[in-house]
Design a protein. Structure first.
Length: 379
């Protein structure tokens, strides 16, 4: 069996491949170590959110790190997890699911956990599965908090509906859970306290002793310029708030991290195609690996890689365009780079393990499809 090379870093990748195409550089050893730390630190069951980065070696690495539970939103994600690791468990956490897909997930892939935020979705699940052995998680709409991407506008049952849904799940004789998601890249642990306090009110008013409590995702990565508390503070806030809730002793606590697990362990190596004054044209953009920047406007760590020639110590800010013919293919934030950057130079863009390859299109025929393993990434 051919053994894949492991490069020291992105510069070594540039030296070995001199790529004219984008390259994802994966620090799988670092990802594995971080995955183990996360599993050890969180006081419950960790479900990796596959949507964040579904690359097979990322899934395999997290599995080897001890993650056996996966947050999935489609039949494709369920199939990927279950066919790669038969003892892994997929949770169908999309609140709007096709009937045929529910049935296939249940009958073919053994999925037993489903989320709902509306009565019609509960009825759909019962009709498709018969209800035998399933767990239904009611997703509660949370209040606004300091996040980069708010998810409550699309999903989550309002308070009274969540109370009624929880009671309906129990009346149907099913095991039940309560779930929420504070939003992506949550910047304050208080959001989890507030959401759990709301959960406590739902539980009290419904009179249902839940079997599962899912605090969702939203745990942050530490991007440049953002002041965010350590992840341990988020866990501590959750543990502290749980003490105020009247839960069964055997309630299973769950979370659905994505970004916080994988963001730091992949960088993207791109090449400069053209320089026009203060503008750079690179071989990836908003239709590819950098689509999330349009929504979040986060800054990412950058470094210029040039082989065999010195780099100017002076920097300046550049407008950066992607490779497509669309004039909208422009990054929202400027890149600060050495002022002598030129065609043929490479740029390593760090912290792109989350929502990069998973959101990429093939628009205009451009795509980033090369993954290599490195010992370290720039961040």
């Amino acid at each position: 069996m051919h053994k894949r090379p492991v490069y020291s870093d992105a510069r070594a990748v540039a030296e070995a491949l001199t790529p004219s195409y984008p390259v994802y550089c994966l620090d799988l050893a670092g990802l594995a170590a971080h995955g183990r730390q996360f599993v050890d630190a969180f006081p419950g069951r960790v479900l990796y959110a596959v949507k964040c980065n579904p690359y097979p070696r990322v899934i395999d690495t997290l599995y080897e790190a001890g993650i056996r539970h996966f947050d999935t939103a489609s039949l494709a994600e369920i199939a990927q997890v279950r066919e790669a690791h038969r003892d892994a468990e997929a949770y169908f956490m999309n609140p709007a699911k096709p009937r045929a897909v529910i049935r296939t997930a249940y009958e073919v892939y053994g999925v037993r956990h489903f989320v709902v935020d509306h009565r019609s979705e509960l009825e759909k699940i019962l009709e498709a599965t018969g209800g035998d052995g399933i767990v239904v998680h009611v997703r509660l709409k949370t209040t606004e908090s300091k996040v980069l991407i708010d998810l409550a506008s699309k999903f989550g049952a309002p308070f009274e509906e969540a109370v009624a849904l929880l009671a309906a799940v129990r009346k149907d004789g099913l095991r039940c859970g309560l779930a929420f998601h504070v939003g992506s890249q949550c910047q304050t642990a208080q959001a989890y306290r507030d959401a759990l306090a709301l959960c406590a009110q739902v539980i009290e008013k419904s009179g249902v002793n839940i079997d599962y409590l899912d605090v969702g995702g939203g745990f942050p990565a530490y991007y440049p310029g953002q002041k965010i508390a350590p992840i341990e503070d988020y866990f501590a806030a959750i543990i502290d708030e749980l003490k105020n809730m009247r839960l069964r002793r055997d309630v299973v606590l769950m979370c659905e991290p994505g970004r916080a697990l994988v963001a730091d362990y992949c960088s993207l190596l791109v090449q400069v195609l053209l320089r026009k004054g203060d503008s750079l044209y690179i071989n990836d953009g908003i239709y590819g690996s950098l689509s999330e920047l349009v929504l979040t406007r986060i800054d990412l760590p950058l470094r210029l890689i040039r082989l065999n020639r010195p780099v100017s110590p002076q920097t300046k800010k550049f407008t950066v365009y992607g490779p497509t013919c669309d004039s909208m293919d422009i990054l929202p934030n400027k890149f600060e780079l050495p002022d002598d950057i030129r065609e043929g130079d490479w740029i390593e863009i760090g912290q792109l393990g989350a929502y990069s390859n998973s959101g990429a299109t093939r628009f205009n025929g451009f795509s980033a499809e090369t993954f290599v393993e490195v010992q370290s990434v720039f961040r």
